[in-house]
Design a protein around this ligand. Structure first.
Ligand SMILES: Nc1nc2c(ncn2[C@@H]2O[C@H](COP(=O)(O)OP(=O)(O)OP(=O)(O)O)[C@@H](O)[C@H]2O)c(=O)[nH]1
Ligand SMILES: [Mg+2]
Length: 413
């Protein structure tokens, strides 16, 4: 891997130099403001320095192939809205967006490549576990000849086992069994139970809701909360990219995450790529002013520091921040990797918020998304988005309830 530094009067200029020299596959490792060396340097405007890297495999610039076409999946997936304008305008806009997205995608993927490498072994194990479990019971492919000889009791046992393997809370399994026994009096096969369960679960999970925009012309303020490392900042960037690139919303970022050294830089990098202003606040009291400064925006997205719910002092500060922000929408971000007990504990700690939406990340890493059902059942809060990968802005969608249910019930269609 070759690593080089580039400077420019602003980030755009420095990025252009990176692109010209290393091509579009270059990975941005960091950006920072620097001053020219020497006494006079302090009198001049700071420059932007970008540290970029490229794999040696990519060879020289001439071998650097144009970025493959990236489909604007998000446009359809997230909202179904379409941009206006002539075909030419549309083409220009799409190519501009494609190159922006490609740049972001490649940046994120490479920066986290090392982390992913470490996860590969664990993922393999989880895949094997999921595969074995799915092999044990595949409701969609159950042989009716075999099941004809099964008693109803066996069928209910099989059904309960699948739900337990999907890490569904026992109390939910019991309620499901009760309900299904009322609905399906004489099941001819276990498939009858799964068909009934499918409808019940779709109903429990309910219709997902994304950001509810204010209608009074004031900016809609949205705050992202949740435990450490669940993907709050990455998800906020994915949502910002969608609203900024696909719906031309004017966005402002506020970060209250000054706890980790790299946290502000992480959001600043997204802010620079998306051309979104960012303010950093150091105390909960500053948030009102930061929000007021964005009165010309449509959407204000607030990133918070991942806080352990077990640390009373940190959590008290978070509560103050939430109270001062008076956000229109609160997203509680939870990772599908969380264990059942941890998830229950976290949810209990966040019950100081009256109204929030559940947002689940790392669906790609979880063998089964049982936690989604457990959390929805326990809180009664709406589902919103799910994310399934590190790629900004692609790996996010409005929660697909049908797919979540199929995955919980291990239905392969
Ligand atoms: N596999 C996978 N990784 C994800 C997903 N969302 C985020 N990540 C990764 O999770 C890691 C943490 O993401 P962040 O966005 O920094 O998480 P955070 O909640 O802001 O972390 P803190 O601010 O430290 O609490 C990064 O490596 C992300 O790329 C996802 O849906 N799937
Ligand atoms: Mg963060």
């Amino acid at each position: 891997m070759r690593i080089r530094r580039y400077t420019g009067k602003d980030v755009q200029e420095a990025m252009l130099k990176v692109k010209m020299d290393l091509g579009s596959e270059a990975v941005i490792l960091s950006t920072r403001k620097v001053r020219k060396k020497g006494f006079l340097g302090f009198l001049k405007k700071p420059l932007t320095e970008v540290l970029a890297a490229i794999d040696d495999d990519y060879g020289s610039k001439s071998n650097d192939k144009p970025a493959a076409s990236v489909k604007m999946r998000n446009t359809a997936v997230l909202s179904g809205q379409k941009a206006n304008g002539s075909v030419q305008d549309e083409n220009d806009r799409v190519s501009a967006l494609e190159s922006k997205i490609k740049q972001m995608e490649s940046m994120i993927n490479r920066i986290y490549a090392d982390v992913s490498k470490g996860k590969t072994q664990q993922e393999q194990k989880e895949n094997e576990k999921a595969h074995n479990a799915a092999e044990t019971v595949r409701p969609g492919t159950v042989n009716t000849q075999q099941t004809a000889s099964q008693t109803s009791a066996d069928m209910y046992k099989t059904f309960a086992r699948v739900l337990a393997e999907s890490e569904i809370e026992p109390v939910i399994i019991d309620r499901m069994l009760e309900k299904i026994k009322q609905l399906v009096k004489n099941p001819s096969s276990v498939n009858d139970l799964f068909s009934a369960a499918r409808k019940i679960l779709v109903n429990i999970l309910g219709e997902p809701q994304t950001i509810s925009f204010r209608e009074d012309g004031k900016p809609t303020v949205v705050i992202f909360l949740g435990p450490t490392g669940v993907g709050k900042t990455t998800t906020l960037a994915k949502i910002a990219a969608d609203y900024s690139l696909n719906h031309e919303k004017k966005i402002g970022f506020i970060t209250a995450d000054t706890y980790r050294i790299a946290a502000v830089e992480q959001l600043k990098t997204y802010a620079e790529i998306l051309n979104i202003p960012i303010s950093v606040i150091y105390t909960p009291q500053e948030i009102k002013e930061a929000i007021a400064n964005y009165s010309d925006k449509d959407l204000i997205l607030i990133d918070t520091a991942g806080r352990s719910h077990k640390n009373a002092e940190q959590f008290a500060e978070l509560k103050m921040l939430v109270a001062s922000a008076q956000a229109d929408d609160v997203f509680l971000v939870l990772s599908c990797n969380l264990g059942r007990t941890a998830c229950k504990e976290i949810i209990n700690h966040y019950n100081f918020i009256n109204n929030y939406k559940l947002l689940f990340t790392k669906l790609d890493e979880a063998p089964v998304p049982g936690i989604i059902l457990n959390a929805r059942y326990a809180t009664g809060k709406r589902l919103s988005y799910t994310t399934a990968g590190q790629s900004v802005p692609d790996d996010i969608e409005v929660a697909n309830v049908e797919n979540i249910v199929k995955s919980i019930l291990r239905i392969n269609e």
